[in-house]
Write a protein that binds this ligand. Structure first.
Ligand SMILES: [Zn+2]
Length: 53
């Protein structure tokens, strides 16, 4: 009891694939703005937006 892990990283849910993803070093400065687990999901999202316009 009372144990804490150093690797207690924050997580978010990807808006495209709806799966949780974990904080990564490359996002340390933009974590608040990260919405997608990967570039692939981000490009899918933008492709959908363009198609719906
Ligand atoms: Zn995703």
């Amino acid at each position: 009891m009372g144990m804490r892990k150093k690797s207690d990283l924050p997580t978010k849910m990807c808006e495209v694939c709806k799966r949780p993803f974990t904080w990564r070093k490359k996002w340390e400065k933009v974590w608040n703005e990260v919405k997608y687990c990967s570039d692939r999901c981000r490009s899918q999202r933008s492709a959908k937006q363009e198609a719906s316009l």
